[in-house]
Design a protein around this ligand. Structure first.
Ligand code: ZN
Length: 303
């Protein structure tokens, strides 16, 4: 497909996607967004689920009440970005960052806009990342959470902009930065422009790092492709959820390419920790206290 370059960049200016100084949302809009029901809150029948790991049956409510973790074997189910934030921050302290990015369809990909609109309704998110400021055990932090429920958390122009905006906000306000990654990689619907987000986000992290900022990267299932190859692996401290798939290309692709069987547990968190890629594996129920502990070591209270 031929890239309509002139159109892309002309269109981008027109639609107001250029970078602006961003501030946090006001109280009213936060309350409004927290009242939105996500698909996770409205799961109806069937009320039972079979755990993909231990194959036992549980009521969905039981799993939901346990932070979307299997009560028997500890399998970590997908968790929505909104619920993730709720499990981390002190109640009532989270304020989303204002960062609206106008929709663009640079390749004129068929039905792309409809798909985005549908996902926005379904997830209550405007894109595959939710970013804001909140307190964890009294410590202020910028928190960005990617959602694998939104086009597999793929990184296009909007995700790149939202991540960059969060990093820059943390830099300006001298706050620690925590990013939860979950991504299938670059967003194919946006072609080469999605690959450019790797350079953009990495450059923002580099600047933040040079200014002495603390960046904690938390890798969740799955963290792959262009996100692994950019900001996900640039943290000062890299945490991961148990058994998350973490890699660049998927194991099947690698196996087909090299014509060899891969070792057991290849690209899972535990394998990555053993090989020095991950600092610590943290189960979901220990995430908040682990982050609070790191923040306590690095920050002054309330700063
Ligand atoms: Zn299980």
């Amino acid at each position: 497909m031929k890239l309509p370059f002139n159109k892309v960049f002309k269109g981008k200016q027109k639609e107001g996607t250029e970078r602006k100084y961003i501030d946090v949302a006001d109280e009213k809009s936060v309350v409004a967004s927290s009242e939105k029901k996500t698909d996770e809150d409205t799961i109806a029948a069937p009320a039972v689920t079979t755990c993909p790991k231990c194959k036992q049956e549980f009521s969905k409510q039981e799993i939901k009440d346990n932070l979307n973790v299997c009560v028997a074997c500890g399998h970590h189910y997908v968790i929505s970005a909104e619920k993730r934030v709720r499990t981390l921050v002190d109640p009532g302290t989270f304020r989303p960052l204002k960062c609206k990015v106008a929709f663009t369809n640079p390749l004129e990909y068929p039905e792309y806009e409809d798909k985005i609109t549908e996902l926005q309704k379904k997830t209550g998110l405007d894109e595959a990342v939710l970013a804001g400021v909140g307190k964890i055990d009294g410590f202020d932090a910028v928190i960005a959470v990617m959602s694998s429920k939104f086009l597999m958390g793929s990184m296009g122009i909007a995700v790149g902009e939202k991540i960059t905006n969060a990093v820059e906000y943390a830099d300006r306000k001298k706050l620690p930065l925590i990013i939860f990654t979950a991504s299938g990689g670059a967003r194919m619907q946006e072609g080469i422009l999605s690959l450019m987000q790797m350079a953009k986000t990495s450059a923002a992290v580099e600047k933040f790092n040079n200014n002495g900022g603390l960046y904690i990267s938390v890798l969740t299932h799955p963290t792959t492709g262009g996100v692994t190859a950019s900001f996900a692996t640039l943290g000062d401290i890299t945490l991961a959820e148990p058994e998350a798939l973490i890699g660049f290309a998927g194991p099947r692709v690698i196996e087909q390419t090299i014509g060899q069987k891969l070792p057991e547990g290849f690209q899972r968190s535990e394998f990555q920790q053993e090989h020095g890629f991950v600092d610590q594996i943290v189960p979901r129920d220990k995430m908040r206290e682990t982050l609070a502990h790191i923040l306590r070591l690095h920050c002054k209270r309330g700063k």
